[in-house]
Design a protein around this ligand. Structure first.
Ligand code: C2O
Ligand code: CU
Ligand code: CU
Length: 469
């Protein structure tokens, strides 16, 4: 019996095949936000050479024009508008993940807006209060729409960014492809739902199986990584380099190296890294992902040093600390405290599965399924302006990146132990059986979703609604 939580597909072959058809490194495409006037986003069918420029193209869904993984750049505290026209033949919405925006702009069908019908339009408008690395994706039929490629990065620029030589954005997506390189159309597998979700067999950066990224010795790079996979968790290691984490989920943190040199990013999570290129000119260094352990570890991409002279002889002597965002500070003494118990999934051996009304998962015994719909009753109501703590108890045997809309939360404890530094995020990764306590000021009125960002888990019960009123 296989011991892996998902079938070991021909991922290695795909990664190799992709590599063989290599051309240039995939660079993010930038759609500039016009200072006045809206950015146009048109989710629609498209075709893309995700396996490399020589390989056959894959039928995908993309946000029109700019291809897969388009990057939007906006300024902190500056009004932003996106005009969405639905070019799919099913309903969609756009959710700007992690942005503390007004509830009506949150993009959850039924809950915060009517879905955008085929051929229909919707205009999103908000002023991002926080600088950082965010992203956007549909919140309708998410497993299919994201699994076919709909996702983009949303960079909110600081007024005063740290000094670097170059910035890179890596939007990582995970694809489950058939042997002829097309997206496997069998999305809803009950087995995947109750286990690790739809793990793919081809991983792309900015819409392409990654090619070596050219770098120059001595340069300082700010790397923004977005895990836009529907289910794949990543544990990244930078061979020969010290990566300094300066922000998580867009929120600045105490600059630190990842624990045991392994940057853990669940679906929807982001990290901003500062990388000093201290390697040897002419050499290559691998960036590997070994979350699923040895046999399934793979090289995500490599850093290929030019052979020329280093840009500078010593590491740049400039602060890597990011300016703080205006996050409301929790008042723990006056907090209202709630407990959310994550339940369900496949337990231990085969067949031991909790199923509640056709759901695979539940929160406090209540499964909410799908992507958002009208009349979702809130599990709890928090008084506007109050500090709220959530004790997230994972009683399952699976990992869950739990995401709260409309707020950023501070991670207080993990299994009872204080989390050092000031770590904030909108998506908090829970290990099997782990308990994590988070706190936030409920300063944003509305009905907000809280769900697992392994989309298979979300749509099969691991979702709830928190009302702030
Ligand atoms: Cu990326 Cu409901 O979230
Ligand atoms: Cu979100
Ligand atoms: Cu989950």
């Amino acid at each position: 019996m296989p011991t892996l939580p998902f079938p070991a597909l021909r991922r290695r072959e795909f990664l190799r095949a992709g590599g063989a058809f290599a051309a240039a490194a995939a660079l993010p495409r930038t759609t500039a936000a016009a200072p006045r006037g809206a950015v146009q986003l048109t989710p629609a069918p498209a075709s893309a050479a995700i396996l490399g420029d020589g390989a056959s193209e894959t039928a995908v869904w993309a946000y029109g024009g700019a291809g897969l993984a388009p990057v939007l750049r906006v300024r902190q505290d500056t009004p932003f508008q996106a005009a969405v026209r639905n070019g799919l033949d099913e309903d969609t919405t756009v959710h700007f993940h992690g942005i503390r925006l007004p509830n009506a702009m949150d993009g959850v069908p039924g809950l915060t807006q009517p879905p955008i019908r085929p051929g229909g339009s919707f205009e999103y408008a908000f002023t991002p209060p926080d600088a950082g690395t965010f992203w956007y994706h549909p919140h309708a039929n998410s497993l299919v729409q994201m699994g076919r490629g709909l996702a983009g990065a949303l960079i909110v620029e600081e007024a005063e960014p740290p000094q670097v030589d170059r910035e890179l954005v890596w939007l990582v997506q995970d694809w489950r492809l058939t042997p002829d390189g097309q997206v496997d159309p069998h999305f809803a597998s009950r087995m995947q739902q109750a286990m690790a979700g739809r793990i793919g067999n081809a991983v792309t950066i900015n819409g392409k199986v990654a090619q070596p990224v050219p770098v120059r010795a001595g340069e300082r790079i700010r790397l923004r990584i977005v895990n836009a996979a529907t289910a794949r968790i990543m544990a990244l290691r930078f061979e020969g380099h010290r990566a300094t984490v300066v922000a998580l989920d867009g929120q600045p943190c105490e600059p630190h190296e990842p624990m045991r040199g392994r940057l853990l990013l669940g679906p929807a999570m982001r990290a901003d890294l500062i990388l000093d290129m201290e390697g040897q000119p002419g050499r290559r260094y691998a960036v590997t992902d070994d979350f699923y352990e040895d046999e399934l570890a793979y090289t995500l991409v490599s850093l290929a040093y030019e052979s020329g002279r280093p840009l500078r002889d010593n590491v740049l002597d400039a602060s890597v600390r990011l300016p703080a965002n205006p996050l409301p500070q929790p008042d723990l003494a006056a907090a209202e405290r709630h407990e959310l118990v994550l339940q369900g999934g496949m337990m231990g051996g085969m067949g031991m599965m909790m199923r509640m009304n056709g759901a695979a998962w539940a929160i406090n015994g209540i499964p909410m399924m799908g992507d958002g719909h009208a009349g979702m009753p809130p599990l709890l109501t928090v008084v506007l302006g109050r500090t709220c703590t959530l004790l997230l108890k994972n009683e399952t045997a699976w990992w869950h990146p739990m995401h709260l809309h409309g707020h950023s939360v501070q991670v207080l404890t993990r299994d009872g132990a204080q989390v050092p530094g000031s770590i904030w995020g909108d998506t908090v990764l829970l290990a099997p059986r782990e308990t994590v306590e988070v706190a936030f000021v409920a300063d944003n009125p509305g009905d907000w979703m809280l769900h697992c960002h392994v989309i298979d888990h979300q749509v099969s019960g691991l979702m709830t609604v928190i009302r702030v009123a």
